[in-house]
Design a protein around this ligand. Sequence first.
Ligand SMILES: [Zn+2]
Length: 341
Amino acid sequence: MADLMDVSVLRGVGDLAVEQRPVPSPALGEVLIRVGSVGVCGSDVHYFRHGRIGDYVVRQPLVLGHEGGGTIVAVGEGVDSSRLGQRVAMEPGVPDRICRECKAGRYNLCPNVRFFATPPIDGCFAEFVTLAADFAHPVPDSISDDGAGLIEPLSVGVWACGKVGVGPGSRVLISGAGPIGLMNAQVARALGATEIIVSDVAPTRLEAATRFGATVLVDAREPDAIGPQLEVDAFIDCSGAPPAVRQGITAVRPAGRVALVGMGADELSLPVSLIQNRELTVTGTFRYANTYPTAIALAAAGRVDLDGMVTGHFGLDDVESALSADKDPANLKVIVEPGRR
Ligand SMILES: [Zn+2]
Protein backbone atom coordinates (compact mmCIF):
# COMPACT_ATOMS: atom_id res chain seq x y z
CA MET A 1 0.00 0.00 0.00
CA ALA A 2 1.16 3.52 -0.75
CA ASP A 3 2.62 5.57 2.08
CA LEU A 4 0.89 8.76 1.03
CA MET A 5 -2.73 9.52 0.25
CA ASP A 6 -4.76 12.40 -1.12
CA VAL A 7 -6.87 14.36 1.32
CA SER A 8 -9.18 17.32 0.71
CA VAL A 9 -8.39 19.95 3.32
CA LEU A 10 -10.39 23.03 4.27
CA ARG A 11 -7.63 25.55 4.97
CA GLY A 12 -9.89 28.50 5.67
CA VAL A 13 -13.30 29.85 4.73
CA GLY A 14 -13.93 28.91 1.09
CA ASP A 15 -10.37 27.61 0.72
CA LEU A 16 -10.05 23.92 -0.19
CA ALA A 17 -6.94 22.10 -1.39
CA VAL A 18 -5.91 18.53 -2.08
CA GLU A 19 -2.90 17.67 0.08
CA GLN A 20 -0.84 14.55 0.44
CA ARG A 21 -0.66 13.06 3.89
CA PRO A 22 0.72 9.81 5.28
CA VAL A 23 -1.76 6.92 5.22
CA PRO A 24 -2.68 6.49 8.90
CA SER A 25 -2.00 3.25 10.77
CA PRO A 26 -4.85 1.62 12.63
CA ALA A 27 -4.23 1.73 16.38
CA LEU A 28 -5.35 -0.82 18.95
CA GLY A 29 -8.97 -1.70 18.24
CA GLU A 30 -9.09 0.27 14.99
CA VAL A 31 -9.43 -0.56 11.33
CA LEU A 32 -8.05 1.23 8.27
CA ILE A 33 -10.73 1.92 5.67
CA ARG A 34 -10.30 2.72 1.99
CA VAL A 35 -13.01 5.33 1.58
CA GLY A 36 -15.38 4.61 -1.31
CA SER A 37 -18.13 7.20 -0.98
CA VAL A 38 -18.85 10.15 1.28
CA GLY A 39 -22.17 11.97 1.29
CA VAL A 40 -22.04 15.74 1.48
CA CYS A 41 -23.96 17.14 4.44
CA GLY A 42 -25.24 20.64 5.08
CA SER A 43 -22.75 20.89 7.93
CA ASP A 44 -19.83 20.38 5.51
CA VAL A 45 -21.24 23.15 3.35
CA HIS A 46 -21.64 25.39 6.39
CA TYR A 47 -18.02 24.91 7.55
CA PHE A 48 -16.84 25.57 3.99
CA ARG A 49 -18.80 28.81 3.66
CA HIS A 50 -18.68 30.17 7.21
CA GLY A 51 -15.86 28.39 9.01
CA ARG A 52 -18.03 27.60 11.99
CA ILE A 53 -21.30 26.13 13.23
CA GLY A 54 -22.27 27.75 16.49
CA ASP A 55 -19.53 27.06 19.02
CA TYR A 56 -17.67 24.69 16.66
CA VAL A 57 -15.06 26.86 14.95
CA VAL A 58 -12.51 25.80 12.31
CA ARG A 59 -9.24 27.05 13.83
CA GLN A 60 -6.83 24.81 11.95
CA PRO A 61 -6.96 22.93 8.62
CA LEU A 62 -9.91 20.52 8.71
CA VAL A 63 -10.86 17.53 6.57
CA LEU A 64 -14.61 17.59 5.96
CA GLY A 65 -16.95 14.66 5.33
CA HIS A 66 -18.65 12.35 7.82
CA GLU A 67 -21.09 10.21 5.78
CA GLY A 68 -18.65 7.53 4.70
CA GLY A 69 -18.75 4.06 3.25
CA GLY A 70 -15.75 1.96 2.27
CA THR A 71 -13.73 -1.21 2.65
CA ILE A 72 -11.48 -2.40 5.48
CA VAL A 73 -7.92 -2.77 4.18
CA ALA A 74 -5.94 -3.18 7.41
CA VAL A 75 -6.69 -3.98 11.04
CA GLY A 76 -5.00 -2.83 14.21
CA GLU A 77 -4.02 -4.92 17.20
CA GLY A 78 -6.96 -6.68 18.79
CA VAL A 79 -9.11 -6.68 15.64
CA ASP A 80 -9.87 -9.98 13.95
CA SER A 81 -8.14 -10.24 10.57
CA SER A 82 -11.31 -11.82 9.16
CA ARG A 83 -12.53 -8.25 8.81
CA LEU A 84 -10.05 -7.52 6.03
CA GLY A 85 -11.95 -6.81 2.83
CA GLN A 86 -15.22 -6.18 4.65
CA ARG A 87 -17.41 -3.39 3.27
CA VAL A 88 -18.58 -1.04 5.99
CA ALA A 89 -20.67 1.98 6.86
CA MET A 90 -18.68 4.35 9.05
CA GLU A 91 -20.40 5.62 12.16
CA PRO A 92 -18.51 8.90 12.44
CA GLY A 93 -18.70 9.71 16.16
CA VAL A 94 -16.63 7.63 18.57
CA PRO A 95 -17.40 8.38 22.23
CA ASP A 96 -15.07 7.91 25.21
CA ARG A 97 -17.18 4.94 26.40
CA ILE A 98 -16.60 5.73 30.12
CA CYS A 99 -18.55 8.88 30.97
CA ARG A 100 -21.99 9.05 32.55
CA GLU A 101 -23.81 9.39 29.23
CA CYS A 102 -21.90 6.53 27.63
CA LYS A 103 -22.57 4.32 30.65
CA ALA A 104 -26.26 5.11 30.30
CA GLY A 105 -26.22 4.13 26.62
CA ARG A 106 -26.65 7.71 25.42
CA TYR A 107 -23.30 7.83 23.75
CA ASN A 108 -24.44 10.49 21.30
CA LEU A 109 -24.41 12.86 24.27
CA CYS A 110 -20.85 11.97 25.31
CA PRO A 111 -19.02 15.26 25.96
CA ASN A 112 -15.78 13.70 24.73
CA VAL A 113 -17.08 12.26 21.46
CA ARG A 114 -14.68 12.53 18.53
CA PHE A 115 -16.88 13.15 15.51
CA PHE A 116 -15.57 13.27 11.92
CA ALA A 117 -15.43 16.74 10.38
CA THR A 118 -16.27 18.50 13.61
CA PRO A 119 -13.35 20.73 14.64
CA PRO A 120 -10.70 19.71 15.46
CA ILE A 121 -11.40 16.12 14.30
CA ASP A 122 -10.71 15.36 10.64
CA GLY A 123 -13.40 13.73 8.50
CA CYS A 124 -13.31 11.32 5.60
CA PHE A 125 -12.82 13.36 2.41
CA ALA A 126 -9.63 11.28 2.24
CA GLU A 127 -8.50 8.14 0.48
CA PHE A 128 -8.08 6.32 3.82
CA VAL A 129 -9.28 6.82 7.38
CA THR A 130 -8.92 4.91 10.61
CA LEU A 131 -11.95 4.20 12.78
CA ALA A 132 -12.78 2.20 15.89
CA ALA A 133 -13.55 -1.29 14.63
CA ASP A 134 -16.96 -1.42 16.30
CA PHE A 135 -17.99 1.84 14.62
CA ALA A 136 -17.21 0.34 11.20
CA HIS A 137 -20.49 -1.50 10.64
CA PRO A 138 -20.52 -4.31 8.06
CA VAL A 139 -22.92 -3.88 5.16
CA PRO A 140 -24.12 -6.55 2.70
CA ASP A 141 -23.32 -6.23 -1.00
CA SER A 142 -26.92 -5.20 -1.64
CA ILE A 143 -25.92 -1.82 -0.18
CA SER A 144 -23.65 0.25 -2.46
CA ASP A 145 -20.77 2.36 -1.15
CA ASP A 146 -22.99 5.42 -1.64
CA GLY A 147 -25.70 3.68 0.36
CA ALA A 148 -23.20 2.74 3.06
CA GLY A 149 -22.27 6.40 3.42
CA LEU A 150 -25.90 7.47 3.52
CA ILE A 151 -26.58 5.14 6.45
CA GLU A 152 -25.40 8.18 8.43
CA PRO A 153 -28.22 10.60 7.51
CA LEU A 154 -30.62 7.65 7.51
CA SER A 155 -29.62 7.13 11.13
CA VAL A 156 -30.75 10.66 11.90
CA GLY A 157 -34.19 9.61 10.65
CA VAL A 158 -34.18 6.35 12.58
CA TRP A 159 -33.34 8.26 15.76
CA ALA A 160 -35.91 11.03 15.29
CA CYS A 161 -38.73 8.66 14.30
CA GLY A 162 -37.91 6.58 17.37
CA LYS A 163 -37.98 9.65 19.62
CA VAL A 164 -41.50 10.53 18.52
CA GLY A 165 -42.75 6.94 18.54
CA VAL A 166 -43.62 6.54 14.86
CA GLY A 167 -45.24 3.15 14.30
CA PRO A 168 -47.94 1.29 12.38
CA GLY A 169 -50.74 3.63 11.34
CA SER A 170 -49.01 6.78 12.58
CA ARG A 171 -49.89 10.16 11.15
CA VAL A 172 -46.66 12.12 10.87
CA LEU A 173 -45.89 15.68 9.83
CA ILE A 174 -42.38 16.40 8.56
CA SER A 175 -41.43 19.98 7.80
CA GLY A 176 -38.50 20.49 5.45
CA ALA A 177 -38.07 18.25 2.38
CA GLY A 178 -34.27 18.37 2.29
CA PRO A 179 -32.22 15.19 2.65
CA ILE A 180 -32.89 14.85 6.38
CA GLY A 181 -36.64 15.44 5.94
CA LEU A 182 -36.75 12.82 3.21
CA MET A 183 -34.73 10.34 5.28
CA ASN A 184 -37.29 10.82 8.05
CA ALA A 185 -40.15 10.32 5.58
CA GLN A 186 -38.55 7.11 4.34
CA VAL A 187 -38.05 5.78 7.86
CA ALA A 188 -41.61 6.73 8.84
CA ARG A 189 -42.90 4.79 5.83
CA ALA A 190 -40.72 1.79 6.70
CA LEU A 191 -42.01 1.85 10.28
CA GLY A 192 -45.61 1.65 9.08
CA ALA A 193 -46.75 5.26 9.22
CA THR A 194 -49.73 5.58 6.89
CA GLU A 195 -50.08 9.35 6.68
CA ILE A 196 -46.81 11.15 5.99
CA ILE A 197 -47.35 14.84 5.43
CA VAL A 198 -44.28 16.66 4.13
CA SER A 199 -44.12 20.43 3.92
CA ASP A 200 -41.60 22.75 2.32
CA VAL A 201 -41.44 26.19 0.77
CA ALA A 202 -39.69 24.86 -2.37
CA PRO A 203 -41.93 23.07 -4.92
CA THR A 204 -38.92 21.25 -6.45
CA ARG A 205 -38.12 19.62 -3.13
CA LEU A 206 -41.75 18.68 -2.53
CA GLU A 207 -41.94 16.85 -5.85
CA ALA A 208 -39.06 14.63 -4.77
CA ALA A 209 -40.78 13.88 -1.46
CA THR A 210 -43.44 11.73 -3.12
CA ARG A 211 -40.71 9.30 -4.18
CA PHE A 212 -39.47 8.97 -0.62
CA GLY A 213 -42.56 8.28 1.42
CA ALA A 214 -44.66 11.45 1.46
CA THR A 215 -48.38 10.76 1.13
CA VAL A 216 -49.44 14.40 1.35
CA LEU A 217 -47.48 17.42 0.15
CA VAL A 218 -48.02 20.81 1.73
CA ASP A 219 -46.78 24.13 0.38
CA ALA A 220 -45.58 25.73 3.59
CA ARG A 221 -46.06 29.20 2.11
CA GLU A 222 -49.84 28.78 2.14
CA PRO A 223 -51.34 30.28 5.28
CA ASP A 224 -53.27 27.83 7.46
CA ALA A 225 -52.13 24.82 5.41
CA ILE A 226 -50.60 23.46 8.60
CA GLY A 227 -52.81 23.57 11.66
CA PRO A 228 -54.98 21.62 14.11
CA GLN A 229 -56.98 20.06 11.26
CA LEU A 230 -54.02 17.77 10.48
CA GLU A 231 -54.23 16.00 13.88
CA VAL A 232 -50.89 14.28 13.56
CA ASP A 233 -49.45 11.91 16.16
CA ALA A 234 -45.96 13.18 15.60
CA PHE A 235 -44.23 16.22 14.16
CA ILE A 236 -40.60 16.09 13.08
CA ASP A 237 -39.16 19.48 12.21
CA CYS A 238 -36.30 19.21 9.74
CA SER A 239 -36.45 22.82 8.61
CA GLY A 240 -35.15 24.76 11.60
CA ALA A 241 -37.46 27.55 10.50
CA PRO A 242 -39.29 29.20 13.42
CA PRO A 243 -42.65 29.61 11.62
CA ALA A 244 -42.57 25.95 10.57
CA VAL A 245 -41.86 24.85 14.13
CA ARG A 246 -44.66 26.94 15.61
CA GLN A 247 -47.19 25.92 12.96
CA GLY A 248 -46.20 22.29 13.13
CA ILE A 249 -46.78 22.15 16.87
CA THR A 250 -50.37 23.32 16.38
CA ALA A 251 -50.93 20.31 14.10
CA VAL A 252 -50.15 17.75 16.81
CA ARG A 253 -53.03 15.98 18.53
CA PRO A 254 -53.23 15.68 22.33
CA ALA A 255 -50.44 13.59 23.88
CA GLY A 256 -48.51 13.74 20.60
CA ARG A 257 -44.77 14.19 20.25
CA VAL A 258 -42.50 16.72 18.58
CA ALA A 259 -38.85 16.34 17.59
CA LEU A 260 -36.74 19.36 16.69
CA VAL A 261 -34.12 18.02 14.27
CA GLY A 262 -33.49 20.94 11.93
CA MET A 263 -30.92 23.52 12.89
CA GLY A 264 -31.79 27.13 12.32
CA ALA A 265 -32.66 29.78 14.85
CA ASP A 266 -31.03 29.22 18.23
CA GLU A 267 -34.07 30.62 19.98
CA LEU A 268 -37.73 30.90 19.08
CA SER A 269 -41.05 31.41 20.81
CA LEU A 270 -43.31 28.39 21.29
CA PRO A 271 -47.10 28.05 21.89
CA VAL A 272 -46.60 27.03 25.51
CA SER A 273 -50.25 26.90 26.58
CA LEU A 274 -51.04 24.65 23.62
CA ILE A 275 -48.15 22.36 24.57
CA GLN A 276 -49.50 22.28 28.13
CA ASN A 277 -53.15 21.81 27.26
CA ARG A 278 -52.43 18.96 24.87
CA GLU A 279 -49.65 17.50 27.01
CA LEU A 280 -47.29 17.43 24.05
CA THR A 281 -43.77 16.07 24.43
CA VAL A 282 -41.21 18.29 22.72
CA THR A 283 -37.67 16.98 22.38
CA GLY A 284 -34.48 17.88 20.61
CA THR A 285 -32.32 15.30 18.90
CA PHE A 286 -28.54 15.23 18.70
CA ARG A 287 -27.21 12.85 16.07
CA TYR A 288 -28.16 9.27 17.12
CA ALA A 289 -27.10 6.28 19.17
CA ASN A 290 -27.32 2.57 18.34
CA THR A 291 -29.12 3.27 15.08
CA TYR A 292 -26.67 1.84 12.56
CA PRO A 293 -27.82 -1.79 12.76
CA THR A 294 -31.45 -0.73 12.24
CA ALA A 295 -30.59 1.66 9.42
CA ILE A 296 -28.46 -0.96 7.67
CA ALA A 297 -31.21 -3.57 8.02
CA LEU A 298 -33.78 -1.20 6.50
CA ALA A 299 -31.50 -0.41 3.57
CA ALA A 300 -30.51 -4.04 3.03
CA ALA A 301 -34.16 -5.09 2.98
CA GLY A 302 -35.02 -2.44 0.44
CA ARG A 303 -37.39 -0.68 2.82
CA VAL A 304 -35.63 2.61 2.12
CA ASP A 305 -34.04 3.91 -1.08
CA LEU A 306 -30.64 5.53 -0.55
CA ASP A 307 -29.14 5.34 -4.06
CA GLY A 308 -32.23 7.08 -5.39
CA MET A 309 -31.36 10.16 -3.38
CA VAL A 310 -27.95 10.58 -5.01
CA THR A 311 -27.83 13.29 -7.67
CA GLY A 312 -24.11 13.63 -8.38
CA HIS A 313 -20.57 12.33 -7.85
CA PHE A 314 -17.35 14.31 -7.45
CA GLY A 315 -13.68 13.50 -6.99
CA LEU A 316 -11.40 14.82 -4.24
CA ASP A 317 -10.12 17.53 -6.59
CA ASP A 318 -13.66 18.78 -7.10
CA VAL A 319 -14.95 18.95 -3.53
CA GLU A 320 -15.69 22.64 -4.00
CA SER A 321 -18.26 21.77 -6.68
CA ALA A 322 -19.72 19.11 -4.40
CA LEU A 323 -20.05 21.67 -1.60
CA SER A 324 -21.75 24.12 -3.98
CA ALA A 325 -24.25 21.63 -5.41
CA ASP A 326 -26.91 22.71 -2.92
CA LYS A 327 -27.37 25.93 -4.90
CA ASP A 328 -29.38 23.83 -7.35
CA PRO A 329 -32.53 22.77 -5.44
CA ALA A 330 -32.81 19.72 -7.72
CA ASN A 331 -29.76 18.27 -5.97
CA LEU A 332 -30.65 16.04 -3.03
CA LYS A 333 -27.45 14.23 -2.05
CA VAL A 334 -24.13 14.54 -3.76
CA ILE A 335 -21.26 12.16 -3.14
CA VAL A 336 -17.50 12.64 -2.93
CA GLU A 337 -15.55 9.60 -4.13
CA PRO A 338 -12.00 9.92 -2.79
CA GLY A 339 -10.74 7.15 -5.11
CA ARG A 340 -12.23 8.77 -8.22
CA ARG A 341 -9.69 9.80 -10.81
ZN1 LIG B 1 -18.75 9.32 26.99
